[in-house]
Ligand binder design. Structure first.
Ligand code: BMA
Length: 319
């Protein structure tokens, strides 16, 4: 049978999952920022009527930095040329703050908290910073030991305490990673560490490791967009999936997506600085439109946008 390729479908070989790629992908590439070699990935949030991306930018020469990009429609972004976050110059941090990527943004009340890794020799630690306007920012503290890439804060307190999802991992050839939970009275001192139950996925697409993004509150539970890694003789393959965590006891997984929601299958996801990578640092939910937007790093080189129905993703988790 002769199969005609749908002209609106950019996938090379696979059918799409519950997250569908925007037709104009990739939406931000190094060509949008002369002198750069990668727009590696991005944190994401909304402020007033704007979508804000925090782009991890790798210059052709020098140390990575994070730049703010703003958009009214979520598609066309204005990128600030001056970095918003660059290597910390104070305290013991300067020598470790050399790989400024993977930002996770959580809005708690009126403050945006940013967690991102710094890289001492033993492995990533987490820097906590805050901003109210994405113009000035304040470094708060280092909030984890190595190897933890990257803790993600919950957007509100549970039972009077702040919570976060941790991503400790075992470095080495067959690097393993899973999701843990911890809590804090003040966002600085963290303890009561618990392994999120069943967080090592049996699914093949996420068998090697999984990692979190800031959870989104829904009526059915905390919707948690994750990355999952599968390792084969061809190397690592990074896909995007979802978990649903219990609202009162987020250590309990109440559901997980039936397979990936998005897996690398376009030229810009399969070729680049690191091939076969779709990597989320967050997601933006619009409950009125039942729409989830995920701005993801593609092949550690450029930014793609994928969207899906929040209710379909939750139903898939609960199946
Ligand atoms: C992870 C993160 C991501 C990256 C991925 C693939 O450890 O650093 O930013 O996309 O590796 O290289």
């Amino acid at each position: 049978m002769l199969m005609r390729k749908n002209s609106s479908d950019h996938t090379l070989t696979r059918t799409e999952g519950l997250l569908k790629r925007y037709q104009g992908n990739p939406i931000i590439t190094p060509k949008n920022m002369p002198g750069t070699t990668a727009i590696f990935n991005c944190g994401q949030t909304t402020m007033d009527d704007e979508t804000i991306l925090l782009l991890a930018v790798i210059p052709r020469d020098g140390v990575p930095a994070m730049h703010v990009a703003r958009s009214k429609d979520g598609i066309e972004f204005e990128i600030e040329q001056k970095p918003f976050i660059s290597q910390l110059q104070e305290g013991p941090w300067e020598e470790f703050d050399i790989w400024c990527i993977d930002p996770r943004i959580t809005k708690i009340e009126n403050t945006y908290y940013i967690v991102r890794p710094m890289e001492p020799p033993l492995g990533p630690i987490a820097a906590l910073e805050k901003t109210n306007d994405f113009v000035t920012r304040e470094f708060i503290e280092c909030i984890s030991l190595p190897c933890n890439r990257v803790p993600c804060l919950f957007p509100e307190k549970i039972d009077g305490k702040y919570y976060r999802l941790d991503r400790p991992f075992a470095p080495g050839g067959t690097e393993q990673g899973e999701i843990w939970l911890s809590s804090s009275p003040d966002l600085i001192h963290w303890g009561c560490h618990r392994r999120v139950q069943g967080s090592t996925m049996s699914n093949i697409w996420a068998k090697t490791k999984i990692g979190p993004t800031p959870p989104i509150k829904t009526e059915q539970g905390w919707l948690e967009i994750i990355h999952g890694v599968h390792t084969s003789c061809a190397g690592s393959r990074y896909s995007i999936g979802a978990l649903l965590l219990d609202l009162d006891d987020p250590c309990k997984i109440v559901g997980s997506s039936k397979g990936w929601l998005l897996t690398p299958d376009t030229l810009y996801e399969c070729t680049g600085n690191v091939p076969n990578v779709v990597f989320p640092c967050g997601a933006i939910a619009d409950f009125e439109k039942d729409r989830l937007r995920v701005y993801y790093g593609a092949a550690d080189t450029c930014i793609g946008l994928a969207t899906g129905s929040i209710s379909e993703i939750i139903n898939d988790c609960l199946k």
